[in-house]
Design a protein around this ligand. Structure first.
Ligand SMILES: [Zn+2]
Ligand SMILES: [Zn+2]
Length: 440
């Protein structure tokens, strides 16, 4: 060992060391310094004892690592993966990497840092390294070590890396709370929109859904109106302000309609003048069925002859068409009015016919029932010896002069006239309108 080795003999020397030195710690440390001087530590690295019972001074391993770091980053990364991390001072190695960071070796160095940080238990830094590497193993690391508390500040980079896998974690409330995610995503409105839109589907009662009004307005308007109709968790005035700013008329109509009163009139105004949809205006008036709204619509329609017939067609059953007709000015030309009036009359004819048929059916039914009642009243009533007076419970037919007058009711009960309390009803069934029949 003392004499100089030719370059190619260094691995042999290292193997020789293993044979000669075995597990003798002191001898190993002494010999290693000879490799240091010639920067040949890389040859000896494979033979250095790393077991628990023959651990060398941490500096020895660190020196080996530094030499690899300087001349062979791939070998360096392999050692970081292979050697038990207790052999050396991890923080010292981390600092050495930062001091010797070279862009051309960034991948190996970042991966080494990620491993070293996770050995240290500093998972947040480890995740940052993986994220810099754009390495999707990061999701596996999160899952395996349940790093859900650690990822809160890394949410945006995680979504950047793999939106689908990131959202799978973020939408699991048992792993990360929505308030944490929302707080982090405030700086990225598009991600916030994607997150809350998905959260809405798994948890429709979440307290952040009011934010969706402005987010839908910005990123996906088609979802705005259905959301406004479905959710109760937003402030109607705030939503209205957003829709006004964006000039979203159908959404404004819905919100104003919900507010009712003066606002409903404003909504109708928007339908007529902005959206210019007569059918929608008619539907709106039908929905709210308010005289003031109908009057507004009718007044507007008389100013625009081309829509007056549509109004006439639409208001049947709700408003007397006379009101509309009376507002038409003399000499005003209204296209298709004749057809509309015919339609209207036809509609009223049908209504009249319906009423008449209903009335006839009712009368038929009445007469039929009445004749049944009359037939019932005409029916005779049988009196026999085994029947008793409903009051005194004695036989109804007695040879006693005081009891020879009998009163019978339609219900079938019989009384001696003397026993009867009232002629107006049968006391047994309290039938007030049961008509008595007197039998001598
Ligand atoms: Zn009696
Ligand atoms: Zn009775």
């Amino acid at each position: 060992m003392e004499e100089a080795f030719p370059l190619y003999r260094w691995p042999d020397a290292a193997r020789l060391c293993l044979r000669m030195l075995g597990n003798n710690k002191a001898l190993w440390e002494e010999e290693v310094f000879k490799f240091v001087k010639c920067q040949r530590l890389r040859s000896v690295s494979a033979y250095l004892p790393t077991s628990e019972d023959c651990k060398l001074d941490p500096h020895v391993y660190e020196m080996v690592l530094y030499e690899f770091l300087k001349f062979d980053v791939k070998g360096f990364l392999n050692l970081i993966k292979e050697w038990p991390f207790q052999l050396y001072n991890g923080l010292a190695v981390i600092n050495a990497i930062h001091d010797n960071f070279r862009k051309q070796d960034a991948n190996e160095l970042l991966e080494s840092l990620a491993l070293l940080y996770s050995y240290q238990g500093d998972y947040e830094s480890a995740l940052r390294m993986y994220l810099k590497l754009q390495n999707k193993d990061v999701f596996e690391l999160i899952r395996r070590y349940e790093l859900y508390n650690v990822i809160s500040k890394l949410i945006i980079p995680l979504i950047n890396l793999d939106r689908e896998r990131a959202f799978k974690i973020l939408l699991d409330r048992s792993k990360i709370k929505p308030e944490v995610v929302v707080h982090q995503l405030e700086n990225n409105q598009e991600y916030l929109f994607l997150y809350l839109d998905s959260l809405q589907k798994v948890n429709s009662n979440n307290i952040f859904q009011h934010k969706l009004v402005s987010l839908y307005a910005k990123y996906d308007r088609t979802k705005l109106l259905p959301f406004l109709r479905r959710s109760k968790e937003y402030v109607i005035q705030d939503a209205l302000a957003i829709c006004k700013r964006e000039e979203f008329y159908p959404e404004m109509v819905y919100l104003l309609g919900c507010m009712g009163g003066v606002e409903a009139a404003e909504a109708l105004n928007i339908i007529i003048h902005r959206i210019k949809d007569v059918e929608m205006a008619i539907e709106f008036c039908k929905e709210h069925d308010d005289n003031d709204l109908w009057n507004t619509l009718i007044d507007e329609s008389t100013k625009q002859p081309e829509i007056i017939t549509k109004v006439l067609d639409g208001i049947v059953d709700f408003v007397n068409p006379e009101v509309v007709v009376s507002k038409i000015k003399m000499g005003q030309t209204i296209p298709n009015l004749r057809k509309s009036v015919i339609n209207m009359l036809w509609h009223y004819n049908i209504q009249e016919e319906l009423l008449f048929t209903a009335l006839r059916m009712q009368l038929d039914d009445y007469f039929e029932t009445h004749s049944e009642v009359v037939a019932l009243h005409r029916r005779g009533q049988q009196v026999s010896y085994n029947q008793c007076c409903a009051q005194c419970q004695c036989p109804i037919l007695m040879k006693n002069d005081n009891f020879n007058s009998i009163v019978g009711f339609k219900c079938g009960h019989m009384y001696h006239e003397l026993c009867l309390l009232s002629n107006d009803y049968c006391t047994e069934c309290q039938m007030w309108n049961s008509q008595p029949t007197e039998v001598e």
